[in-house]
Write a protein that binds this ligand. Structure first.
Ligand code: APR
Length: 237
């Protein structure tokens, strides 16, 4: 599923973020940046020890990473060149600033990508696993912030949401459809309903198979059509 926003593409794919061939992938990390379970564990396992080394150096330099902020490391052995590590909010009921912190995690990650000239960015669904953020709510915050960023700030070519499970994928699809409805498509029943039939009555009334020329004929709804005139009738009228 895809939408064009500004000059960029906003895409949803179901899959494994460690396999994405993009400039940078975004990890759902914790403030200590020491790896963990979920997507964080998968990224460190697939990318190798160089990632943890850089994470340790960052924490030694600037301390632990507050929620809503982002830092960049190598992608190690991953197909992606770099990893942005961001920390989402732990869900505490929704009135502890969770939406703002989650939006900040996406925004700061995108700003970091742009500042490093990285054009294709793949995100995991931040906070919706161990941190317990309800995915339907998180999907809306994520897509709203990504779309706002692409419209108002820009600088990337693709924001790709990589959703691991079919349930997460469905939640994001629904949120995207609500936020940016797909353009009206020509589907068969719609087409038939809207098609306009053109009935041409010839000057001699031959269109109705009349033997003798008639002055007028009647459309299916009984509307009179004078000889030598055209009528456009809606199907079913
Ligand atoms: N590719 C893409 N998405 C994945 C992958 C993967 N390989 N593995 C898991 N996910 C998905 C989960 O299904 C979930 O939808 O990532 C989403 C985020 O879940 P978590 O990884 O649990 O992240 P989060 O909820 O932000 O919790 C962060 O978990 O492992 C720890 O160190 C991490 O403490 C931090 C916490």
């Amino acid at each position: 599923m895809e939408r064009v926003v500004g000059k960029a593409r906003l895409t949803l794919v179901q899959g494994d973020i460690t396999r994405q061939k993009v400039d940078v992938i975004v990890n759902a990390a914790n403030p200590g940046l020491m790896g963990g379970g979920g997507v964080d564990g998968a990224i460190h396992a697939a990318g190798g020890p160089a990632i943890l080394e850089e994470c340790k150096a960052i924490v030694a330099r600037q301390g632990s990473l507050p929620a809503g902020q982002a830092v960049l490391t190598t992608g190690g052995r991953l197909p992606a060149r770099y990893i942005i590590h961001t920390v989402g909010p732990v869900w505490r009921g929704g009135d502890q600033g969770e939406p703002e912190t989650l939006a900040s995690a996406y925004r700061e990650s995108l700003r970091l990508a742009v500042s490093r000239g990285l054009k294709t960015v793949a995100f995991s669904s931040i906070s919706t696993g161990v941190y317990g953020y309800p995915v339907e709510l998180a999907a809306r915050v994520c897509l709203q912030e990504a779309a706002r960023f692409l419209r108002e700030e820009g600088g990337v070519e693709e924001v790709r949401m990589v959703l691991f499970s079919s349930g997460t994928m469905r939640a994001f699809q629904q949120a995207l459809e609500e936020l940016m409805p797909s353009p009206q498509r020509w589907e068969a029943p719609t087409f038939v309903w809207h098609v306009v039939s053109l009935t041409i009555v010839s000057p001699t009334g031959e269109a109705r198979g009349d033997e003798a020329p008639r002055k007028s004929v009647r459309g299916r709804a009984g509307r009179r059509i004078d000889r030598g005139r055209c009528a456009i009738l809606r199907n079913g009228t």
